[in-house]
Design a protein. Structure first.
Length: 135
């Protein structure tokens, strides 16, 4: 496994945890990378939110949320969409690991320093980059 792939896989695992913890879907299991776009990083959560909306995502009610113990910016667009951008991309691994230990189904789009928890991550991978992870 090359370094970029290992980093992306780690990022995917972390992403699931925070997003699932914040939103609370249903299911659980190992992450399954399905579709991969170009590696991407974003400077802030509002930038990523705006690009998510430009890509066709819905964000009717933006609410900044506390990312807990992580050095991150996070916000909720709805009960099913949470967006987060991490100052330390290494945190993403832990976030995804935590999400996968919950008895919930995970649907994530994970980039180099960000995670979007959305029911339909496949819809945004071409525009935003990252990797779709379900578990």
């Amino acid at each position: 496994m090359n370094r970029i792939h290992a980093r992306r896989t780690s990022a995917l695992l972390a992403a699931g945890a925070l997003a699932t913890a914040l939103v609370g879907c249903s299911g659980g299991g190992e992450p399954v990378p399905e579709i991969t776009g170009q590696p991407t990083a974003y400077d802030g959560v509002e930038e990523l939110r705006d690009l998510y909306v430009a890509a066709g995502g819905e964000c009717p009610e933006w609410e900044a949320i506390d990312p807990g113990e992580y050095d991150a910016e996070a916000g909720r667009c709805s009960d099913s969409v949470v967006i987060s951008v991490y100052a330390n991309p290494a945190d993403i691994d832990e976030v995804v690991d935590r999400a996968l230990t919950l008895a919930t189904e995970t649907h994530l789009l994970v980039g180099d320093n960000w995670i979007i928890n959305t029911p339909d991550p496949h819809e945004y991978v071409d525009q935003l980059g990252g990797t779709v992870v379900t578990g």
